[in-house]
Design a binder for this molecule. Structure first.
Ligand code: SAM
Length: 311
């Protein structure tokens, strides 16, 4: 059984209209106990609830915004913006060179949280003026804070509350950071199929590399840097739930997309690899992407590279 993250359980929205739904504290505590996670059950039992036992939505929002604010340091320290641009720069060059789709282009960050990545891209202008930057999240409190920060910083980017795959305007490229491990194997397939069925030309999703060291590294970082026990708990569970390269490549290999992993296990140093992306490109874009990457293209491999690879 996959361990559960507290933050996935203490908020709920109606998938049809994004409306916030009440969450019964006892029910979350029961689920965590059933999964054998007594420390997590104790954390939730200590969260404020009303007389009926419904978790206080405002307190939950404040807590999640606080935890994500601390989590932003991880994105800063891992230089997630630079690492994305290292791949997305050549990807947008390949899209421009292909000529099949003239700009402007739109990047959509799925599950943007506080929007660190989109705000960083807007602040640096790293992808060029023809790329519109949009962050989307199902969580209204997180995306609202992302919007507030972007306006305070005077940045040219947008934040939307809702499902990233139900936007009125299509994405050219979908990206995400730290989202894939929230999905089980079935939901992962659905996640990639939704992107292949859209007019998007590519996706690039960074998530924790499933190495034996990841849970230990996550424990050290979260112990040192996160104050709230929820952040510490979920940080370690995230690393335990990270999907191996093989699982991601299999799920991302949906019709109409060529699935690739950059710096998979075996081609990277497990002491240095923390996050790595799974990428999907329309098949005609693979050759221009490899040309744009130059020597770095050797680190980009498809499912055939991993045949028989041991976990
Ligand atoms: C752990 S957070 C990651 C936040 C952020 N990317 C970061 O690195 O800090 C995962 C987020 O994904 C959001 N999410 C999951 N599926 C989504 C979808 N289809 N559309 C929009 N948001 C989604 C959830 O609401 C949650 O806030």
């Amino acid at each position: 059984m996959r361990q559960l993250e507290i933050s996935d359980l203490i908020t709920a929205v109606d998938p049809r209209d994004g409306r916030r739904l009440p969450v019964a504290r006892d029910e979350v505590v029961r689920q965590l106990r059933e999964g054998g996670d007594e420390p997590a059950a104790r954390i939730v039992a200590g969260l404020p609830a009303d007389r009926d036992g419904t978790l206080d939505p405002d307190a939950v929002d404040r807590l999640l915004v606080g935890v994500h604010t601390e989590l932003q340091r991880l994105s800063e320290e891992l230089r997630i913006g630079d690492r994305l641009v290292h791949l997305l720069g050549p990807l947008f060059d390949a899209i421009r060179a292909d000529g099949g789709r003239p700009g402007p282009y739109r990047l959509v960050d799925v599950g943007c949280g506080l929007g660190y990545l989109v705000r960083w891209l807007a602040a640096t202008g790293a992808l060029g003026p023809d790329v519109e930057l949009v962050g989307v999240d199902l969580n209204a409190a997180l995306v609202g804070e992302a919007d507030r920060l972007a306006r305070t910083e005077g940045l040219d980017c947008r934040f939307v509350h809702g499902n990233a795959f139900e936007l009125p305007e299509a994405a050219t490229v979908y990206v995400s950071t730290g989202v894939l491990h929230h999905f089980g194997a079935d939901a992962l397939g659905e996640f990639f199929r939704a992107q292949a069925a859209s007019p998007a030309l590519a996706f690039c999703h960074f998530d924790i590399a499933a190495t034996g060291l990841a849970p230990v590294g996550a424990w050290v970082f979260h112990r040192a840097r996160m104050r709230h026990p929820l952040g510490r708990h979920d940080g370690v569970v995230s690393a335990m739930r990270a999907h191996p390269d093989e699982v991601l490549l299999r799920a991302a290999a949906v019709p109409g997309m060529r699935a690739l992993v950059y710096e998979p296990r075996g081609l990277s140093n497990p002491f240095c690899t923390t996050l790595r992306p799974v990428i999907g490109v329309r098949p005609e874009l693979e050759a221009p992407l490899r040309r744009a990457l130059g020597r770095r293209a050797r680190r980009l491999v498809g499912p055939e590279h991993l045949v028989g690879a041991a976990r």
